[in-house]
Design a protein around this ligand. Structure first.
Ligand code: AMP
Ligand code: MN
Ligand code: MN
Ligand code: MN
Length: 301
């Protein structure tokens, strides 16, 4: 049986619904062998996920999903197998979370002007202990208040570009995000590349600049992609000599389009990122990387 990989998931440390420990527990149940925790702009859940993976038949990939502003667009870059204790990475992520906090207050002010009071403190409550507050926390409050039927409907009516609660992002540059990831020994992947709705020229330019910064991979298979988009992204990966990654972008139960570990196979011609000589296996028991890639040993959590 080939190993099952899910290299893009969220916990309550950002906008996911399950705690890192519950996420790992559920991943074991879903028979995932290798699970990356990739919360938005924070690695705070890695320690708990790693603890939960001990003595279990699962390997954790310490990861992060970094918010980037590229050519006036918000792009997400996954860092896989980052040393989550790396200082430069942590300083970079802390700056992004400072912006998140400012933006949350600003979203609150704008919604207030649109006649919706108290959303900032409510979003804070929905975020609970999350170190990374985001638009989903606002969306959950607006749904609870009956302003929209569900989270996607809130985005459409209140939080997307041009809507009353929208605040433009001032995130990391592509160069910064890749420098942080590489400085922490990780590999960089463009998350859900088809979701940005970039035209062919702009997508090629993004991939070109990503390549120039030493980026490694493209998330070819994602719950955000139709099969046709997966095939198109596989073509882009091949043409740019990028490795292919796959992830559910799981945010918790109740998102029928993104089930944990429900990952269709790669289109033909993809080289999975875990075949790269730089791919490494995190050992939760030792909280480090003692195993060499290609090791004969079963990667135990
Ligand atoms: P943020 O990083 O705080 O701006 O929030 C981005 C997150 O919002 C994404 O990772 C998704 O979890 C969620 N999101 C973005 N757009 C939508 C949408 N149209 N419907 C539902 N969730 C969305
Ligand atoms: Mn999210
Ligand atoms: Mn994303
Ligand atoms: Mn994500």
């Amino acid at each position: 049986m080939p190993l099952r990989y899910d290299l893009h998931t969220h916990s309550t440390m950002s906008d996911g619904a399950l705690s890192p420990a519950k996420l790992v527990e559920y991943a074991v149940k879903q028979q995932i062998d290798i699970l990356a925790l990739t919360d938005h702009d924070t690695t705070e859940g890695v320690a708990e996920a790693s603890l939960a993976a001990r003595n279990r038949q699962i390997t954790i990939v310490p990861g992060v999903e970094i918010s980037v502003t590229w050519s006036s667009c918000t792009i997400h870059i996954l860092g896989l197998n980052v040393d989550h204790k790396n200082r430069q990475l942590q300083q970079g992520l802390a700056a992004l979370r400072t912006f998140r906090n400012w933006r949350a207050k600003e979203i609150g002010r704008r919604l207030e002007k649109a006649g919706i009071a108290g959303s900032y403190s409510a979003a804070r409550e929905h975020a609970g202990g999350a170190s990374s507050i985001g638009r989903v926390h606002f969306a959950r409050f607006l749904v609870a208040q009956g302003h929209a039927a569900n989270v996607p409907a809130v985005f459409k009516r209140f939080l997307a570009k041009g809507k009353p609660g929208h605040v433009s992002g001032k995130w990391a540059s592509l160069e910064q995000a890749l420098a942080w990831i590489h400085g922490a020994g990780g590999q960089a992947v463009i998350a859900h590349p088809a979701r940005y709705r970039l035209n062919a020229t702009r997508l090629r330019r993004l991939i070109g600049e990503f390549n120039e910064c030493g980026g490694e991979g493209l998330e070819v298979v994602s719950s955000s992609h139709s099969r046709k988009e997966c095939v198109a992204m596989a073509m882009h990966a091949r043409r740019s000599a990028l490795l292919a990654s796959c992830g559910s972008d799981y945010h918790g139960p109740g998102n029928p389009w993104a089930e944990l570990g429900k990952i269709p196979p790669f289109p033909t011609g993809c080289t999975p990122i875990w075949k790269s000589p730089r791919w490494r296996l995190y050992d939760s028991a030792q909280e480090g990387y003692p195993l060499q890639s290609g090791s004969e040993r079963w990667p135990r959590g």
